[in-house]
Design a protein around this ligand. Structure first.
Ligand SMILES: NC(=O)c1ccc[n+]([C@@H]2O[C@H](COP(=O)([O-])OP(=O)(O)OC[C@H]3O[C@@H](n4cnc5c(N)ncnc54)[C@H](OP(=O)(O)O)[C@@H]3O)[C@@H](O)[C@H]2O)c1
Length: 259
């Protein structure tokens, strides 16, 4: 069955690696044209080269901590694609740490990286979706259940729940469906970084930390990035025509809250 994504024009932010990269690849496999982006020119070039075999891909360098670069990314992306149908928003990771040790500068940086990048990307992308569209924001399970020593994510990222709800009410009227994903532990460089940090704090080996993480997931394993990307694809597809303002966990059952 066709998902209706052939020739759709898609921007995927923070997509040189990890979840963003897997998302861009899945859109290309479905026949969409995709703009990928990240702040690092060499990793962006590497991603572009490896994705170009899958379909029509363009790349635009942008640092998501800089609102003017986010705005320019959406404008340049729209121009390269000749329009815009889907924004799949992913962002870089905030620094690990708790509120007693994080500096004011860390908080302001996380505010720009995790919140302002989304506000600007959603606002600017929606201006170009004259005949409707889809906006999918990947966030984190920390929206539902805080993770120790990830206070920037626990606090700042939580605001995306409000953004998704507010934007879905306003943009739904224009046929633009706005949804979110709360992804859980996913096998990317982020998990390696967090395992290193936790191992150091708790005096354990990285392997021990990973095995503790895995044992807390009912499915008994960490997700592959494609498993998060597949839900983004679903939300962008013609199978999800009445899903709006939803924030869907994709976490193997890790979140303990019943609602
Ligand atoms: N992996 C998990 O278990 C997990 C779970 C929940 C939530 N998350 C969140 O999901 C998001 C993606 O995670 P991931 O696991 O895919 O991470 P990842 O493999 O480390 O990839 C991060 C991506 O973000 C880009 N990036 C970093 N800082 C950026 C900036 N300032 N401007 C633009 N791009 C930037 C990186 O590009 P460069 O090549 O330029 O560095 C890379 O493409 C993160 O926000 C992470 O915190 C991850």
């Amino acid at each position: 069955m066709s998902l209706g994504l052939e020739n759709k024009r898609v921007i995927v932010t923070a997509s040189s690696r990890g979840i963003g990269y897997a998302t861009a690849k899945r859109f290309l496999e479905e026949g969409a044209s995709v703009v990928i982006s990240s702040e690092n020119p060499s990793s962006l070039k590497r991603a572009h080269e490896s994705l170009s075999g899958f379909g029509r891909v363009y790349s635009v360098q942008a640092d998501l901590t800089k609102p003017e670069e986010v705005k320019a990314l959406i404008e340049r992306g729209r121009s390269l694609l000749g329009g815009l149908d889907v924004l799949a928003y992913v962002t870089g990771s905030p620094k690990p740490g708790n509120f007693l040790e994080l500096s004011d500068e860390d908080w302001y940086k996380a505010y720009n990286l995790l919140l302002m990048s989304a506000v600007v990307a959603v606002r600017e992308a929606s201006k170009h979706m004259e005949s409707g569209g889809r906006i999918i924001l990947t966030t984190s399970v920390t929206l539902k259940q805080p993770i120790d020593n990830l206070d920037l994510s626990n606090v700042v990222r939580l605001s995306l729940a409000g953004l998704i709800k507010s934007a879905s009410r306003m943009l739904g009227k224009k046929g633009i469906l706005v949804n979110g994903i709360m992804q859980g532990w996913t096998l990317t460089e982020r998990v390696t970084q967090l395992a290193k940090d936790r191992a150091k704090r708790e005096g354990k080996s990285e392997e021990q930390v990973i095995s503790e993480i895995v044992s807390d997931v009912p499915l008994g394993r960490i997700a592959k990035p494609e498993e998060i990307a597949n839900v983004v694809i679903f939300l962008a597809s013609n199978l999800a025509t009445y899903v709006n303002g939803a924030i869907i966990p994709v976490d193997g059952g890790w979140i303990r809250a019943a609602l």
